[in-house]
Design a binder for this molecule. Sequence first.
Ligand code: KG4
Ligand code: ZN
Length: 353
Amino acid sequence: MCLTNSFKISLILPQYRFMAAPIILGIESSCDDTSAAVLSGNALLSNVVAGQEVHKLYGGVVPELASRAHQENIVPVVDKAIKDAGIDKSDINGIAVTVGPGLLGPLLVGTCFAKAMAAGLEIPIIPVNHMQAHVLAHFIEEPSPSFPFLCLTVSGGHTQIVRVDSALEMRVLGETTDDAAGEAFDKTAKLLGLPYPGGPLIDKHAKNGDPLRFSFPEPRVPGLNFSFSGLKTAILYFVRDMKKQDEDFVEKNLDDICASVQHRITTILMNKFVKAAEQEGIQTLTIAGGVSANSGLRKLFAETCAEKGWESFIPDFQYCTDNGAMIAMAGRFLYDKQRFGDDSTVPMPRFAL
Ligand code: KG4
Ligand code: ZN
């Protein structure tokens, strides 16, 4: 018996009927949101997101608890996405799923579910890079940016300036060397006694505060990279010192502290983004990822682009934080190039862009 031949036989890929306007089911489970969406051609038919409250008790995402919550949520979330879309599961032409980057356990839940469902329906599984999908969230709604454009992708685990030459050709020009922008928000919130995830709460308090009341340092990082760990330490010492003078300092000045921290984080991001645009000679700019839901960043980004005469694109709030729609949209672009996975598809927690 020839082992080599039998091995080759098992690698023959099934032939799928190619559709010009496929119906794609997108599944996201890389962190603490279980989400599923249905895309028909370019039209989004449904987008269901189930968050996970359990992590609030611990002040951050607990991977094992996230995996268990995904296991509980994935069947009802996918079922609802299919029902909301008004289709039958037999209408689906491909299942796009986040395979990384993200937490291994949560990724395993989504990937195994998608593989099993795709095998049952005899349709392709489409492995998706989560960071690529955040960028492609810009194609869910019109108007979408034209290529080439730059994207500042800011999430809980990543901070990247990406050059986007086509839907599937992306190059990271700069990224954080330590904490992500979302982490800077969340860790500051924790220091101030606010619950997880603190980013949206800092945003809320910042709306009533003075952004110039307290001054925090801007790190000197070469090129287009970022660093947020020094800022976190500066805020830690600032709070510690001020509390020595007045135990209630944080409570009394919460709005101004939040506004000042948000001002610093968003100016660090925008200063580098402007530098990247000038360096690349690109005048179409976009922002994406959970932190792009921040009202201060959205305002500063829009104002800066308007001043420079550049085109700017900001996703709708629901497509900034993790969602199945962006995974389905990335899946659509990958489907067109027939970039399918197979039985050997596995999660890649450190999947680079
Ligand atoms: O993209 P995302 O939903 O998940 C990851 O891929 O990480 O981003 C989550 C991050 C969290 O750090 C959260 O605090 C932050 O986005 N975030 C915000 C806001 N909404 C979400 N940060 C600041 N202001 C907001 N409004
Ligand atoms: Zn994300």
